[in-house]
Design a protein around this ligand. Structure first.
Ligand code: CTP
Length: 409
């Protein structure tokens, strides 16, 4: 039971995603945590205090000025007698209140009165999420140390609406809670580490682009594993459908050049891990208008130019991080190619994986959940058995912690 004995204060906000909080309560309790709930007035429009109380097996707190509740527990005790406060869904309203220090109901008062870690799982319409006011509040709250999980991209409850704004799934929130309450040693505390992940999209015209099969699973897992060891992780991600890892500052980009710029702006750093499957080429000139089929003219030919190699740029940079780790996705001569990349790109380690010949998905490496890698460095080659991408991430994070520990950076 990973959360055995942990006390979780769950603030349920007023949004359609409130229903997922019911499942979250069960998931937290089956891992040994006790869950106490505060509901905003709006939340009670979406789920009933009766359901919440039945699932928490505890009193449900709603009113700030409830004489009995204040006498029995009080909002200060409520916020202090918890190991962590989790807000699901974190509505635009709840975020705005905390960002500006407003406390006009029990939920917002508890959030202001606490000295504990706060995890927010936002959920709102994509337009609300991308509104400059919500962007400002999000940045402010991150600065204040609030940790976010999600929102994910996808279909909204409103018909026909899609985009970033879906609340993270209960198990993703549980994982974020576990990571935040993890009291194991943090060997990477104070270390800034850049990770690239996902594919890049190189536009052909406004509706078409060149992409690859990368899902971002391995890169995101590495970012999460490094954060779990206490690192200040900056993840630069190409377009992916998986959520931003909790506790990791994520910058979203589309094209290789954008990824290079974002990474260079993040320097200096103690280490950088290049997991992204960056497109090697882009079109010389993306068309401003959709390229039309013209009868008798045949297919258009695309002129390609080489993209910047981000790993090589950083591997030979004047602000080169102490440790530079690259990946090598190969379909043949895995070791030979990895060794060549180590030298050419100025990396300390290359994590080589055999992705299999074209048209196959060898062990489903690209997009799958498992990986079999070889760690190539000047010191030689270490072969790891096939394992889950999460385990590859954990072992790699341990290796990085080990390398950074043995040096004063
Ligand atoms: N990489 C990068 N920028 C690029 C291309 C690759 O940062 N423009 C990084 C990847 O993130 C990875 C490593 O370089 O860490 C190896 O990428 P890979 O695609 O396997 O190698 P390539 O350099 O593309 O070489 P080749 O196409 O010859 O296999």
């Amino acid at each position: 039971m990973t959360l055995s004995g942990k006390r979780i204060l769950l603030i349920i906000g007023g949004g359609i995603a409130a229903y997922k909080s019911l499942d979250l309560i069960r998931r937290l309790r089956e891992r040994g945590a006790s869950v106490r709930c505060v509901m905003t007035a709006a939340a009670t429009e979406f789920v009933t205090p009766l359901s919440v109380g039945a699932l928490t097996a505890d009193h449900v707190f709603i009113e700030l000025f409830d004489r009995q509740d204040e006498h029995d527990v009080g909002h200060i005790r409520l916020s202090r007698e918890a190991d962590i406060i989790v807000v699901t869904p974190a509505t635009a309203d709840l975020m705005a209140k905390l960002a500006s220090g407003l406390a006009n109901d029990l939920g917002s008062t508890v959030l202001l009165a606490t000295d504990k870690k706060v995890l927010m799982a936002p959920a709102m319409n994509p337009k609300m999420w991308s509104h400059p006011a919500t962007r400002r509040n999000h940045a402010q709250l991150e600065n204040d140390g609030i940790v976010f999980v999600g929102p994910n991209r996808g279909e909204m409850a409103e018909r026909g609406e899609a985009g970033a704004g879906r609340m993270a799934e209960p198990l993703e929130i549980v994982a974020a809670v576990e990571a935040l309450l993890d009291s194991r040693p943090k060997p990477l505390a104070g270390k800034k580490i850049i990770v690239t992940s996902g594919p890049t999209h190189e536009p052909i015209d406004p509706v078409r682009y060149i992409a690859n099969r990368s899902s971002g699973k391995q890169g995101h897992a590495i970012a999460a594993a490094l954060a779990a060891l206490g690192a200040d992780v900056r993840l630069v991600s190409g377009p992916v459908t998986i959520p931003d890892p909790a506790g990791v500052k994520t910058i979203h980009v589309e094209r290789a050049e954008e990824m290079r710029d974002a990474v260079e702006q993040l320097l200096p750093a103690d280490a950088a891990v290049f997991v992204a499957a960056v497109a090697d080429w882009r079109t010389a000139d993306a068309a401003g208008q959709k390229i039309k089929k013209v009868a008798g003219k045949g297919p258009p030919s695309l002129t390609m130019v080489e993209n910047p190699d981000i790993l090589a740029t950083v591997g030979h940079h004047k602000k080169r991080p102490y440790l530079v780790v690259g990946f090598a996705a190969e379909t043949q001569e895995v070791l030979k190619n990895a060794e060549a990349k180590l030298k050419k790109k100025g990396a300390d380690f290359i994590v080589a994986n055999d992705v299999g010949p074209a048209g196959t998905s060898k062990g489903g490496v690209m997009g799958g959940d498992r990986n079999r890698v070889k760690i190539v460095s000047k010191a030689g080659v270490e072969e790891w058995p096939e394992m889950g991408k999460d385990e590859v991430a954990t072992r790699l994070a341990d290796l990085i912690a080990d390398k950074l520990r043995t040096t004063v950076v």
